[in-house]
Design a protein around this ligand. Structure first.
Ligand code: SF4
Ligand code: SF4
Length: 74
């Protein structure tokens, strides 16, 4: 079975720069409507289909904002 992944973006750490949105080859990340504590529209995973490539993680200028997680099904 192929591995599945998802991305967790720390809502209040995101600066809303959109680099992850552009970097994602699956085009599943979006900037939200709601502003976070810093006043930025935080990015979030809007659809399934993350392939765990890490593109969003490597493009993000905020250390610790993006975490790519493998979904473990048992
Ligand atoms: S790990 Fe890759 S596929 Fe998954 S959200 Fe980030 S850029 Fe998109
Ligand atoms: S690259 Fe990082 S700071 Fe920029 S929108 Fe994505 S999660 Fe937020």
């Amino acid at each position: 079975m192929s591995k599945k992944f998802r991305v967790d973006i720390a809502f209040d750490q995101c600066k809303g720069c959109g680099r992850c949105v552009i970097a994602c080859p699956k085009k599943i990340l979006k900037l939200g409507e709601k502003l976070n504590v810093q006043g930025y529209p935080a990015a979030y995973q809007a659809a399934d289909g993350c392939i765990g490539c890490g593109g969003c993680f490597y493009q993000c200028p905020e250390p610790g904002a993006v975490t790519v997680l493998e979904i473990v099904e048992d």
